[in-house]
Write a protein that binds this ligand. Structure first.
Ligand code: HEM
Length: 269
């Protein structure tokens, strides 16, 4: 999987899997009775998507756990054993506030882009999980009304994430030096994230306009990209969110000083 995520030709295989899965769901998943208003659930039934995404999220957590264990074992083999658990919260605070970015010579735009993309994604992931659990328990029904606090918050997060990813993309395109050093690995993550947010907003707008079949097509792309973002998270740049937090905690816990990526890379040799 890691090799596929790293190679541009692998992208076809990576996208083919969710394309087939969601095409099969649209074709064969059991559906409820049609609603007076057009809804995504008429083509992509909610219980099927919930079962798929919760299972996928579980698998991703297990893969992250295994990778982290492997990473820590490798570092400990280097002879340093430190306190990680007590350092996790301060490390998370440092990563979440992006405090080191403020000291970075490369400018404020990268700081704001990262901060907005990070918090926009966190907000959407949290709201999405809450609404998913709410519908499973039968206390919520999607699509939520536009005035629902969950919907208002999700739409606010959508704007935040779109602004953040746009800043990151423009920043990279404008800076020739950065552009030269950007790898496929960097692009894959930020473009998938921007694509998820963009297709989510378009899906919502098309649904509000009751424009079919375009709304179903857009939602299909949204689902394919979400699948790619989540399933390939442990192997894509997405993973730096977790690995970097643990790396900072480890760096502090072993007393190697600093919270910088640079320090840590040196540490790994
Ligand atoms: C990776 C996490 C996800 C991100 C970043 C994301 C992003 C977005 C965004 C920005 C929107 C537009 C604003 C809104 O209505 O919230 C949206 C809409 C939507 N998303 Fe996602 N999404 C994610 C996961 C999911 C999942 C797992 C599902 C379903 C299984 C889903 C289903 C939908 C639906 C149905 C809409 C349209 C809402 C409407 O018509 O009002 N999203 N998404």
């Amino acid at each position: 999987m890691g090799k596929l995520v790293l190679s541009p030709p692998g992208l076809l295989a990576l996208l083919a899997l969710p394309v087939l899965i969601f095409a099969a769901i649209a074709r064969w998943a059991p559906r409820g009775s049609a609603t007076p208003q057009l809804e995504f659930a008429n083509v992509f039934p909610i219980p099927t998507l919930e079962a798929l995404f919760f299972t996928l999220a579980g698998c991703v957590v297990v893969m992250f756990g295994l990778s982290l264990r492997r990473m820590l074992t490798a570092w400990n083999r280097g002879g340093r054993h430190g306190e990680i658990l007590s350092e996790l919260l301060p490390a998370f605070r440092a990563v979440a506030t992006h405090e080191r970015f403020t000291k970075c010579r490369q400018g404020r735009s990268k700081y704001f882009g990262h901060l907005l993309a990070f918090w926009g994604f966190a907000g959407l992931a949290l709201t999405g999980t809450a609404v998913g659990v709410g519908t499973m328990l039968g206390v919520m029904r999607t699509p939520l009304p536009l005035a629902s606090p969950f919907k208002l918050f999700a739409n606010l997060c959508a704007v935040v994430i779109l602004v953040g990813t746009t800043i990151l993309l423009v920043d990279r395109l404008r800076d020739c030096e950065k552009l030269r050093h950007s790898t496929y690995f960097d692009w894959f993550f930020v473009l998938t994230l921007a694509g998820v947010a963009f297709t989510g907003v378009l899906s919502e707008l098309l649904r509000l306009g009751q424009i079919a079949p375009a709304m179903y097509g857009m939602y299909f792309v949204h689902l394919v990209l979400i699948f790619a973002l989540l399933a390939y998270a442990p192997y894509s740049k997405f993973a730096h969110l977790l690995y970097r937090t643990v790396a900072v905690a480890y760096s502090n816990g072993t007393g190697t000083g600093g919270t910088g990526q640079g320090d840590f890379r040196k540490e790994r040799g």
